[in-house]
Design a protein around this ligand. Sequence first.
Ligand code: C2E
Ligand code: CA
Ligand code: CA
Length: 646
Amino acid sequence: MAYGNLFHVAFFCSAMIVSLTSIVYTKLQKRTDLAQNHIFLFMNYVVLINSATCLCYEIFESYTRYFPQLKYLMFVSQFLYFLVHTALAPGLFYYVMTVNGAFCEKTVFLKKMCLAPFVLSVVLVVTNPITHFVYYFDKNLMFYRNWAELVLYIIALTYFVVAFCNLMLSWNALTRRRRWSLVYFFIITLIGVIIQLIIIDIKTELFGEALALVGVMLSVENEDDRLDSAIGVYNRNALMMDANHLLIKRKIFHVVCLKILNMDIMGRITKLSNTDEIVRVISDYLKTIVPRYRIYHAATDTMLLLLEDDNKKVTEIETMGIARRIHDRFEDSWKIRGVPIKLSSVILTAEVPKNVHTLGNLFYMVDSPMPKEMENRIISGDDLKFLIRRGAVESAVSEGLSHNNYEVYYQPTHCVDGLKLHGAEALIRLHDAVLGDLYPDEFIPIAEQTGYINDIDDFVLKEVCRFIQSGEAKRLGMDCVNVNLSVLQCMQKDFVKHILDIVNSFGIDKSWINFEITESVSASDYELLSNVVKELKENGFLFSMDDYGTGYSNMHSLFELDFDIVKIDKSILWDAEKSELGQIILENCVHMIKQMKRKILVEGVETKEHVEKLKALGVDYLQGYFFSRPITKRELLAYCEVRNDE
Ligand code: C2E
Ligand code: CA
Ligand code: CA
């Protein structure tokens, strides 16, 4: 074989080896589900076949001198080369468009029309043996290009340029890794083509393409970081990427979000250290309903199906159909390691962006704990609004701290004797620019779930300390200021030290602060809570039991924890007005607490009759709208001054 041919052979062999490697690895990784995977493999096959045809051509050409009949095989090789190579540029074009999600159900026709230039190339090549428009061989078997080869180049270049422009337009929707590996793909392909154009004997075109495809395999096609390897479906990271991509591309898609409510209990029953096995069994079932690449393991107890199709719009009816099938399946038990188990679930379905407008909201859907009353239901459409509100409140809660949106309000408390001022309860308010004024009943539970409660309670405590330190509270004739503590916070490590550090830094007398807690903890945590209360009391703080009579309070702890004041919940007072039984309950609560020698405060005092009734019962303190709603510090000062003057 001539030296020139050998040189070419080296390039073609290398291209063959590289593209074959890409194919083998892709097959081994079983990444063959998505349209993009198919196109990727297709491009590799094109490069592989092309390298093979070129290799054959070189071999046949070298030996035609000895075996003239080989020239026919040479023609066939060259013909096949041209035929297959015309598919590469369209392949690249469709690959980039698919990765970028450029097509949708409205552009199915356009998608097909994009094949027209390719069809023209094929016609030119197929008819070439008769027309010789693309190329021909002379009598000495010399190869000549003809005008139509230029047409083939222009067509390929057009695909190339359009794909590149699309890449640029989709820049923001792609992850950094995808963007740059696609750019690299374009550059290396282009360099290969240019080198070969300039120096025809350096056959870098196919080799460059094969190498560029390896780069794509490693970065775009590789899904290691997108897969939940234990379960074989996509992970949360993949959901984030894919949903973000679709949102940026303004695509409409549907989601079915499946939450398992009793996952932790089930984990314990089946003695599995983690819940992967349960998720795996459910995923296996989901794979029978939708393709694997539509399933995401979005959070420990949450699976999400992302329903989207380039070719036709997924309808609400189809989505509901899927949700219903899953719902019905949950009526039966599941076999987890041979043990039949009944799982309870909630299914949320939504159209994005109609019901769920942003990625943040989608993840609220994934992460929100579900109220027990939603168990075994399918929730969709307008019913999802609570999630969006929750999402907005959560942002307000977190931003509120850095934007100074929290404000401590005070609601005065009064002694029954002469109704003189006793103190005030600090109650937090959140002023949000978008949502307006928010009340703690709504945002405190969210703050507790998200952990912001610690910072909020610290903020309140510091504000109250500042108020006491300023001497104003004393001047106004107050005895103490009540501060609500979240029981969750009390359970934290070094809580007592934390509180002491804050209060000591203001150098105030600790008996000015009266902590209120609602005892809502389980028996196992009770000891911890009682130690915290004891320690804080030893340091001089006062304690009130809040919301007495709401079902959480227990007689034993009432006595054990040595509260200074018991706050009877407003519902007890209001019920006493409504029925005789209510009246009996109120009277007996008061008697019992009095016998235990605790002071009593009643909340929710709204009318003169309430005041009279409670006076007659002999409670100690009153709090409620009859005196004042919770008000700002400045309003409190004005309120107290007016009363002191009376
Ligand atoms: P709570 O500690 O039981 O506070 C009393 C609630 O009853 C306050 O609601 C108050 O505005 C309301 N209230 C008082 N008197 C009357 C009345 O006469 N009529 C009526 N209808 N309502 C009355 P608010 O301020 O919305 O607070 C709700 C709950 O949020 C509080 O219940 C408390 O559990 C929690 N909370 C408030 N501020 C804080 C805080 O700084 N930290 C923590 N951890 N929780 C807080
Ligand atoms: Ca309270
Ligand atoms: Ca209360």
